[in-house]
Design a protein around this ligand. Structure first.
Ligand SMILES: C[S@@+](CC[C@H](N)C(=O)[O-])C[C@H]1O[C@@H](n2cnc3c(N)ncnc32)[C@H](O)[C@@H]1O
Ligand SMILES: [Zn+2]
Length: 267
């Protein structure tokens, strides 16, 4: 775990019996689920930043049902076999992060998310996995050493170019997944008066795009509780009138999944 750095003074974090500490004696205890909280209170802009617990639980339920397995597999194939360190930014409840760890059993994998509820769920599931470390931290202030990561993945999460550039090794890879134009278009058309295309990620400063992939498929959900989980894990949930929600849940959901995957190389 030599890649982690202290969020308070930027010195390397070393393991001790309770957790991690730097040379300046800043101590970060290991939570009982096995994760570390490296988000200093002064960087916490609300009591519970990031996605809410209910949203993360819904995401877990939907992802466990396998609908995003093709995306997970495509991402696993894209990882260079020589990867020894990987950071998953905004890892949520850890579905993709655990998939990266399965694909790269020799590598050290880090998952960070600003939502403690997500990191807790992820760490609980990964308790017996070696080489997989979860931390509560912000993608705008990563608790990782300069030039320490071979690969950084960012799946539907925010980040800051300067931080990505700082932690990725020269020649290292950045993989950004975003919803494509047709992603859940049917559902969005039922909910919004005007459906705007999802904004596509810009090439971050200090990187060059090396690969662009599009992954699309049909989505059929006929179990109402999985359909409810899909609604609850998206920003749609907050806007839905109860009658519309009931009518969506009343029949099989047929829609489109559409992802864009951009791979960048650090200059
Ligand atoms: C849509 S979820 C995606 C989760 C996961 N990557 C997945 O695909 O299952 C976005 C995640 O980004 C996290 N997030 C939001 N702002 C963040 C920040 N500043 N730093 C780290 N994570 C953040 C949220 O808490 C949430 O778990
Ligand atoms: Zn310190």
């Amino acid at each position: 775990m030599k890649d982690l750095r202290c969020p308070l003074c930027c010195q390397p974090l070393l393991q001790n019996t309770q957790g991690l500490a730097c040379a300046n004696r800043h101590q970060f205890d290991r939570a009982k689920e096995g994760y570390f909280n490296l988000l200093p209170v002064q960087n916490k802009h609300s009591r519970e930043p990031g996605d809410a617990k209910e949203q993360l639980q819904a995401r877990r339920q939907f992802l466990q049902a396998g609908f995003f397995d093709p995306l997970k597999m495509r991402l696993q194939e894209l990882l260079p076999a020589t990867t020894s360190t990987l950071l998953d930014i905004g890892c949520g409840e850890g579905y993709f992060t655990a998939g990266f760890s399965d694909a790269l059993p020799q590598a050290q994998i880090y998952g960070i998310d600003i939502a403690k509820a997500g990191v807790r769920l992820a760490a609980k599931t990964a308790k017996d996995k070696t080489g997989l470390t979860y931390c509560v931290a912000s993608s705008f202030d990563l608790p990782l050493a300069d030039n320490s990561m071979d690969v950084v993945t960012r799946i539907y999460a925010p980040s800051k170019d300067a931080e990505l550039c700082r932690v990725i090794k020269p020649g290292g890879k950045l993989v950004i997944v975003a919803p494509g134009e047709n992603h859940l278009l049917g559902l969005r058309a039922r909910i919004y008066k005007e459906v705007r295309p999802h904004p596509q990620p810009m090439t971050p400063e200090g990187f060059a795009v090396v690969e662009h992939h599009r992954l699309g498929s049909n989505l059929r959900v006929n179990e109402p509780d999985i359909c409810a989980a899909l609604l609850a894990m998206t920003p749609f949930a907050w806007r839905l009138a109860p009658e519309l929600r009931d009518s969506i849940l009343a029949s099989e959901l047929r829609d489109t999944l559409d992802f864009t995957i951009n791979v960048y190389s650090k200059n």
